[in-house]
Design a protein around this ligand. Sequence first.
Ligand SMILES: Cc1cc2nc3c(=O)[nH]c(=O)nc-3n(C[C@H](O)[C@H](O)[C@H](O)COP(=O)(O)O)c2cc1C
Length: 189
Amino acid sequence: MNTNKTLFIPVILGTPRQARMSEHAAKFMLEEVSRRDGVETELVDVRDIPLTTAGAGEDIKDPKFSATVMRADALVIVSPEYNHGYPGLLKHALDTNLKEYIHKAVGICGVSAGPFGGTRMIQDLLPVMRELGLVTIFWDVNFSSVQNLFDASGKLLDQSFVRRADKFLKELIWMAKVLRYGRENVPLE
Ligand SMILES: Cc1cc2nc3c(=O)[nH]c(=O)nc-3n(C[C@H](O)[C@H](O)[C@H](O)COP(=O)(O)O)c2cc1C
């Protein structure tokens, strides 16, 4: 099994809100992913995906977003918790693909001003991931009290998140390699 082929793991930033703190968390995760040997990444900002609200699902696919997901071996989703759920625009964007996700890995990072680091958002997003055909890992990163974790320029103030991101990404990369092997070598009976 050749596990040395370059992996592509984009980071999806799940809110379009002005002054969003989740952007700091997403850029931190992007940097952590890009520091891994043999992994390419890019930031996918839901704000930049041109999607109509006069439709839903695969009917309104954005070709660029779909091509990015198709190329991906795994996804990192960084999303805030809004009223104990995920942002509607994130769901609207995720719903535009289907076959692009099948048998690929996903890890979720929650962001919140409160103390729970988006755990309720993550719990709500997990069954959505399953329905899309994604395979979730068992680690999350929880950016709780996010207003205290980054300065105004986005600099990380709590270095414990480097270790947390490392644990999360080791598992995600392992899962991405295993699933790519499966996609390429194990026929569906
Ligand atoms: C519509 C809305 C709902 C929110 N609901 C919650 C919530 O349920 N729990 C929580 O901890 N923070 C909540 N927040 C605060 C966010 O956690 C806070 O804005 C944080 O910085 C992450 O979101 P951001 O990326 O939009 O900044 C909410 C914020 C908005 C705009």
